[in-house]
Design a binder for this molecule. Structure first.
Ligand code: HOZ
Length: 428
């Protein structure tokens, strides 16, 4: 394990990037703004490792923010992409591969009766919301503080991920009338949700939630919380949307729904469903999804939706997951080893901490208290996390550059990799 890295090429690239790209990055959290310093520019990746433009090597705990559940450069996924690329890159016309993908998703997530492919999680969530509104004829939406559902206007109210990382209270460009339709409650606070529904009778089209939150660090639902939301939606005629962009195909073949035993009306997917290429999807109950054009009149479209190369990557990834269900036990074991090891190392160092882990999603929060919602996540020692981030970066361990992001594990991480990581933490 290296002890310290230098980044002359990355720094030169960042200087160049800033002349042409807002903040030098194409997605804000990548800029290292909250952890300080300058971003590392990546060049290639294989298995559990990333290699930067300066030739430094890192154990990857981001895995492209979730998609690379099988690690980088899985030979079967790469072969499927190459094979499809040699056939055609894009048609803008239907293909059999899209049917195979829909059939596969439906077999993994049985309450998906109809599925529409899109190109990102953002698109999936904004489309699901539109469908829920079209189906119910209602405008309002309930979301949870610290949850992130992509960057469509209605979801940017009290959002997690980069919005929380940068402490943005109000996103300019989101109109007041749009924001007024978004009602917010604290994660794990069922009473607040019940109150919002009572205060806005027959106005709430949908409740959207990350069933295991990953955009304020990893925050699991408390026992009974999701079941309570299910019940409230049924009582009030609102559509329950599980945003499984992070959790889908990651926490179990059937995602958080399967792992936690609660069913939503609509599901949104991204990340793993694309296997590293841009694929998102939304689907669910037939009666709701029948609103989607051209079957119904809730309009939604996309030139690259169902793109054959992206679908080849996603389909192959999902097939590999389906064929080897033991992958999920392996990921749980690696997650468990990391959590227990971190507990031990941090306890020995006398550092107060909380670790939230659900399967291959995990995060370390520095503080005495449990982390169950955004307020408790925000009350943690963020500067300490930032110091740990840089300590590990310089020793070949790449964490998300924000305390408000979950770490994602891949099957390429071995027990030996975890031991190396713990050694690096021990030297903090
Ligand atoms: N929205 C992602 C984290 N929750 C970040 C995506 C990226 O920067 O690539």
């Amino acid at each position: 394990m290296h002890t310290s890295y230098q980044y002359p090429t990355s720094h030169a690239l960042f200087a160049r990037a800033q002349a042409h790209i807002p903040g030098g990055v194409n997605s804000p959290v990548r800029a290292f703004k909250s952890v300080g310093g300058q971003p590392v520019f990546m060049q290639r990746a294989l298995g559990a490792y990333l290699y930067d433009a300066d030739g430094n090597r890192y154990l990857d705990y981001i895995n492209s923010w979730g998609p690379m559940i099988l690690g980088h450069g899985h030979p079967e996924v790469v072969a499927a992409i190459q094979q499809q690329a040699a056939q055609a890159l894009s048609f803008g016309a239907p293909t059999e591969a899209e049917i195979l993908m829909a059939e596969l998703v439906k077999s993994l997530v049985p309450n998906v009766e109809l599925l529409r492919l899109v190109s990102s999680g953002t698109e999936a969530c904004l489309s699901a919301l539109r469908v829920a509104r079209g189906y119910t004829g209602r405008n309002k939406l309930i979301k949870f503080t610290g949850c992130y559902h992509g960057h469509a206007d209605p979801f940017l109210v009290k959002a997690g991920s980069g919005v929380a990382t940068f402490g943005i209270q109000h996103v300019p460009g989101v109109t007041a009338s749009t924001a007024a339709d978004t009602l917010t409650a604290d994660y794990n606070n069922l009473a607040q949700v019940a109150q919002l529904l009572a205060d806005h009778p027959e106005q709430v089209a949908a409740i959207i939630i990350e069933p295991v939150a990953g955009n304020m660090g990893c925050v699991p639902p408390e026992p009974g919380f999701l079941a309570g939301l299910r019940q409230l939606c049924d009582q009030h005629g609102a559509v329950l949307i599980f945003d499984e962009v992070m959790t889908g195909f990651r926490l179990a073949p059937g995602g958080a729904q399967e792992r936690l035993g609660i069913q939503a009306d609509l599901l949104t997917f991204g990340k793993v469903i694309g296997g590293g290429l841009p694929v998102g999807a939304f689907g669910g109950k037939r009666a709701i999804m029948e609103q989607v054009a051209p079957l119904g009149s809730v309009y939604q479209a996309g030139t690259l939706s169902g793109n054959p190369v992206a679908v080849a990557a996603g389909y192959t990834t999902l097939r590999l997951l389906q064929q080897s269900p033991s992958i999920y036990q392996q990921l749980d074991q690696v997650g468990h080893q990391l959590r227990e090891g971190l507990h031990q190392v941090l306890r020995q160092k006398g550092v107060a901490h909380t670790i939230n882990q659900v399967g291959s999603m995990i995060s370390v929060h520095f503080g005495e208290h449990r982390v169950t919602d955004f307020a408790t996540a925000a009350a943690c020692d963020i500067p300490l996390f930032n110091r740990l981030f840089h300590h590990l970066l310089g020793r070949g361990v790449y964490l998300p550059p924000s305390a408000y992001e979950s770490w994602f594990l891949s099957t390429a991480l071995t027990p030996a990799h975890i031991d190396q990581t713990l050694e690096a933490v021990a030297s903090f």
